[in-house]
Write a protein that binds this ligand. Structure first.
Ligand code: CAA
Ligand code: NAD
Length: 306
């Protein structure tokens, strides 16, 4: 125990430079929480518009945090926001952004090929001791890392954050069979350095939280489709009857319906031990909403209008 603490205390200061790939809901949140703890962050996306949207998410969330930290002190609030944003550099040049990174966290769309392409390129351009991490919700960590060299795979890990990142305290640290113990220790130390609580978990579909959450979400949609109750009444029931902060439809909209569909489709088709499991079969309602571009809060419409 003592040894683990000592080694994390040392490595904690090692990861000062963090590059986050993807400035969507999750990437901007990860960048924000690292910047709030004075890490030097580079946030990358494919174009300036996406980066500006990410910056908008960060500013809005930082203002909420600042208001709580410094109630009635507008100047201190502004300083807090500006200080955190000052630790974030926005970039569309992924290669350059990783050249001196200690940690690269990928948070782009939930698509295996997209993630593999990013790591094949960036793993060569990052320093050869950098930790490579994916925020994937559902894809096997070993599969994302499969095209990399063994030395890169030993530094490859899952760092699974939760939405909204600034508020949710958990990060699942997902270890494949090939990852080095040092990588796991350093990742755990990083998670603690940004004020989050790690839960280390094996590389299995859904890790811990999503393995339990997705069946709940899908069963909620099936309950709605069967006409048992309205979305609003199911949400009210789970909030007031089970003490959940959000009902299942509020949560689906919050996570993003495209992301939910990517997750269940992937598992239904080829999830280890989950393939063909009816719990993970998509549903008509989910398919229709995603097809129509109604992806939830981020697109202004999902099960509800925003
Ligand atoms: N940034 C900063 N602070 C935020 C925030 C944000 N984006 N969103 C909420 N907060 C803070 C608020 O400032 C407030 O702080 P205090 O309590 O300290 O005043 C607190 O969170 C509560 O917010 P609200 O009062 O506005 O609303 P709420 O009580 O409904 O809480 C919530 C909002 C925290 C999002 C809560 O509804 C919740 O926990 N919902 C469930 C979220 C969840 O389950 N997330 C996991 C999704 S699954 C996932 O992420 C994994 C995946 O791979 C798909
Ligand atoms: P999002 O749609 O909000 O953002 C994705 C971003 O990635 C977009 O800004 C897009 O432009 C960018 N992007 C796409 N390809 C890119 C590339 N090649 N290089 C750089 N940027 C690129 O999605 P999100 O909700 O932030 O989810 C991102 C990842 O996090 C997914 O793997 C998802 O499964 C996972 N995740 C999501 C949640 C959630 O609740 N939404 C929670 C935990 C994990």
């Amino acid at each position: 125990r003592k040894h683990a603490f000592t080694s994390s205390a040392i490595t904690q200061s090692d990861i000062r430079r963090v590059t986050v790939i993807g400035s969507g809901q999750m990437g901007s949140g990860i960048a924000q929480v690292a910047a709030m703890k004075q890490h030097e962050v580079t946030l990358v996306d494919v174009n300036q518009e996406a980066l500006e949207r990410g910056k908008g998410y960060m500013s809005k969330s930082l203002k909420r945090v600042a208001k709580k930290k410094f109630p009635e002190d507008a100047k201190a609030q502004n300083q807090f926001v500006e200080k955190a944003l000052g630790h974030v550099t926005l970039s569309t040049n992924a290669s350059k952004s990783v050249s001196n990174a200690g940690l690269v966290v990928e948070a782009v769309v939930e698509n295996l090929k997209a993630k593999q392409n990013i790591f094949v390129k960036l793993a060569m351009e990052a320093p050869d001791n950098a930790i490579l991490a994916s925020n994937t919700s559902s894809l096997p960590i070993a599969k994302i890392a499969a095209p990399l060299t063994l030395s890169q795979r030993k530094r490859f890990i899952g760092l699974h954050f939760f939405n909204p990142v600034p508020q949710m305290k958990l990060v699942e640290v997902v270890r494949s069979d090939e990852v080095d113990q040092k990588t796991v220790d350093d990742a755990v130390a990083f998670v603690k350095s940004i004020g989050k609580t790690p839960a280390v978990c094996k590389d299995t579909p859904g890790f811990i939280v999503n393995r339990l959450l997705l069946p709940y979400m899908m069963e909620s949609i099936r309950l709605l489709e069967s006409g048992v109750a309205s979305a609003r009444d199911i949400d009210t029931a789970m909030k007031l009857g089970a003490g959940y902060p959000m009902g299942p439809f509020e949560l689906c909209d919050y996570v993003g319906l495209d992301t939910i569909k990517f997750i269940v489709d992937g598992w239904y088709k080829e999830g280890a031990g989950l393939k063909g499991n009816k719990l993970f079969e998509s549903s008509k309602k989910l398919d229709e909403l995603v097809q129509a571009g109604s992806l939830g809060v981020k697109s202004g419409k999902g099960f509800y209008d925003y």
